[in-house]
Write a protein that binds this ligand. Sequence first.
Ligand code: AMP
Ligand code: ZN
Length: 113
Amino acid sequence: MSEARSDCIFCNIVQGKTDTVFLFENENLVVFRDIHPHAPVHLLIVPRRHIRSINDVGEEDREILSEAIWVGREMARMEKVDRSGYKLLYNVERGGGQVIFHLHMHLLGGWKR
Ligand code: AMP
Ligand code: ZN
């Protein structure tokens, strides 16, 4: 489940095989801008491990969920949308709007109030 997949765009991105710019990275997660933003600030917080969706997060990986929220909150501060407000969002499977089947959390914000 968590083997890197050469046919997975996000595996290629997190391994640094593309020219995607990381706003943050550590051993577990990377953060980059969504290529088709749905908000003035639209970032993706992406675990390095290939996990298909929220449904597939195993016991051994559960800490990635709290770390993603923690990093998302930090990125909201860095992007200066923390006080105005933002969304942290997972799309889960096709019916939930997921189109890339490598776990990722959206950070959306920066709308005019
Ligand atoms: P989801 O619908 O939750 O699977 O969201 C996938 C998101 O990935 C979409 O918002 C896409 O715009 C975004 N996306 C797809 N390819 C790339 C890419 N190469 N770099 C950055 N974002 C991407
Ligand atoms: Zn992947």
